[in-house]
Design a protein around this ligand. Structure first.
Ligand code: PEP
Ligand code: MG
Length: 561
């Protein structure tokens, strides 16, 4: 069906909406097609090195100013700008007669091709490396580095793709929304937008044709970008935003349904800084500490002491609140440079998650020791869970190892359909709790790569098949009676969160910014209604049908979120 004039669609990140003035990021300067060879190759080599060094220094400065996840991404990009292999390629081209900007451009492009072919996670790094290229090329050509113009009021930033350096340079107080032509739901832009609760739509075909200065409305829930939005849409979005803002400022506290059933509201964190920031917020603890983030972009694993220190600081930050730590989830979308894996045809189906410990048992052993040492040092016991558990034997093995290390509360993530269907057997193998990772569970239930933006319809956690797997897992909350949580993105959709509660889930973990809306939805809905919603959603044949049927049972104010 052709789309209405002035309406663009893509993949929404989060559920927010906003209006603002389109600020379109101009394309970067390119090397001239007829660039002459360097007159003095040695001088050109020096100049190019200096340009790379200056770009790396700027990125590091921005990293220091940014902090958190953004800083990690920028530091990693700065490392790429100092790669000796890359310099060697530039030198070779300069010596062979290429002009300096052309040499940089071609050498970086060659690296990008290698990255793009090395799996989806590294492929997302291509954007970062091309950003380095554009900055170096601009310096070599004596032009200003490409960047974000000054934002004067609520702006919707429109770009082909946003590099982390651009995102860090943005004055976030003026960024109402972000629209990109490329990227995916797990690209850096999306992660950073979620962290700051900025509505973001990725994979919007034709985004760059939006004229700068146009008023646009973005709705991450529907994945739509409306140019020159009609007054009623602007008003609807304004109401939604004021309801969300009022909620964020209104009564907090533990999650409770309208009839008083406790549903814990927890934070997802990836770095120590994320954790310290989350600890200052109104959350009941951490439901997912993605420890592999500490291992990314490193040449070797952090030592026992280093890990102990980090885990102890996280436990201390949360005091007597619950902290659920996930052990290393390496592989597929989260490759670690120091964990060698043979080339795999299908990395998402390969040696990843807990399976990594088959080849590198020392990584898991050290991590469990560090967690136990942190517990000892702080007097706070973390809950510890393994990612990508598929069988009762794996659950039993992990539980035994964790307990032997001195950890007392041991669980598993349910991310594989086999684990969902057999969750009772997994628990019987020795688990104290389970946490459903709906991102991977959706990927595996629907056989759709979670990084493939063009399969977004299949990657919708409202897919009834996914809900059925959640329902199978939810049964263990009553028999044998162990805690069941959700820590995938599904938990932060207020309406879907109600369905999850209806399926037996009693803790929801998400980006802290999403907590107030979910808390509000719970406070307006009794458990019996959540159960009715769950039954209705399971009867649907599509995600849209499930969402619509559930919405008919919801409090109208919940739908305004
Ligand atoms: C998930 O798969 O839902 C999950 C929470 O883990 P991650 O997104 O880190 O794979
Ligand atoms: Mg996962």
């Amino acid at each position: 069906m052709p789309e209405a004039a002035g309406l663009l669609t893509g993949v929404g990140v989060g559920t927010g909406a906003a209006t603002g003035t389109a600020v379109v990021l101009a394309p970067a300067a390119r090397p001239p097609a007829d660039e002459p060879p360097a007159a003095d190759v040695e001088a050109a080599t020096r100049a190019v090195r200096e340009a790379f060094a200056a770009v790396a220094a700027t990125l590091r400065q921005r990293a220091e100013a940014a902090g958190g996840t953004t800083a990690e991404v920028l530091q990693a990009t700065a490392l790429m700008a100092a790669d000796p292999g890359l310099f060697a390629e530039v030198d070779r081209r300069l010596a062979a007669g290429a002009g300096p900007a052309t040499a940089v451009d071609e050498a970086v492009e060659q690296f990008c091709e290698v990255l793009a072919a090395s799996g989806p996670y590294l492929a997302e790094r291509v954007t970062d490396l091309r950003d380095v290229r554009d900055r170096v090329v601009a310096r070599v050509l004596g032009r200003p580095e490409p960047g974000v113009p000054e934002l004067l009021g609520p702006s919707v930033v429109v770009a082909r793709d946003l590099a982390p350096a651009d995102t860090a340079a943005l004055d976030l107080s003026h960024v109402a929304g972000i629209v990109t032509e490329l990227g995916g739901p797990t690209s850096h832009t999306a992660i950073i937008a979620a962290q700051f609760d900025i509505p973001c739509i990725v994979r919007v075909a034709g985004a760059l044709d939006v004229p700068a200065g146009t008023t646009v409305a973005v709705d991450a829930r529907t994945g739509t970008v409306t140019l020159d939005p009609p007054a009623d849409l602007v008003e609807q979005i304004r109401t939604r935003r004021s309801v969300r803002a009022a909620l964020a400022a209104s009564a907090g506290g533990p999650g409770r349904t309208a009839d008083g059933t406790a549903v814990q509201l927890l934070a997802n964190v990836g770095t120590l800084e994320d954790a310290e920031r989350a600890a200052a917020q109104d959350v009941e603890g951490v439901g997912l500490f993605r420890t592999e983030v500490l291992f990314l972009d490193r040449a070797s694993a952090p030592t026992l002491q280093e890990q102990t220190e980090t885990y102890a600081r996280v436990l201390t930050a949360f005091g007597d609140r619950k902290v659920v730590v996930r052990t290393l989830d390496a592989g597929a979308d989260k490759p670690l440079t120091f964990v060698a894996v043979d080339a795999e045809e299908n990395p998402a189906l390969g040696v990843r998650g807990l399976r990594t410990s088959r080849r590198h048992p020392e990584l898991l052993r050290t991590q469990l020791q560090a967690l136990a040492a942190a517990a000892e040092r702080t007097g706070r016991q973390p809950w510890v869970m393994a990612p990508m558990v598929s069988t009762p034997a794996e659950a039993a093995g992990f539980a035994a190892q964790a307990r032997a290390a001195g950890l007392t509360t041991v669980g598993a993530m349910v991310e594989v359909p086999a684990a969902a269907l057999r969750s009772r057997r997994l628990v019987a193998a020795g688990l104290d709790f389970v946490s459903i990772g709906t991102n991977d569970l959706t990927q595996y239930a629907m056989a759709a790569d979670r990084l493939a933006g063009d399969l977004a319809d299949l990657l919708d956690s409202w897919q009834p098949a996914v809900l059925q797997l959640v329902a199978a897992t939810g049964l263990v909350s009553t028999d044998p009676g162990v805690p069941v949580g959700v820590c995938g993105e599904a938990a932060r959709d207020p309406l879907l969160a109600l369905v999850l509660v209806g399926l037996g889930v009693r803790s929801l973990s998400m980006a802290p910014a999403a907590v107030p809306a979910v808390r509000f939805a719970l406070s307006r809905t009794a458990v019996a209604v959540c159960e009715e919603m769950a039954r209705t959603a399971l009867e649907a044949d599509s995600p849209e049908e499930a969402r619509e049927a559930t919405a008919r049972l919801a409090d109208p104010e919940v739908l305004a979120l």
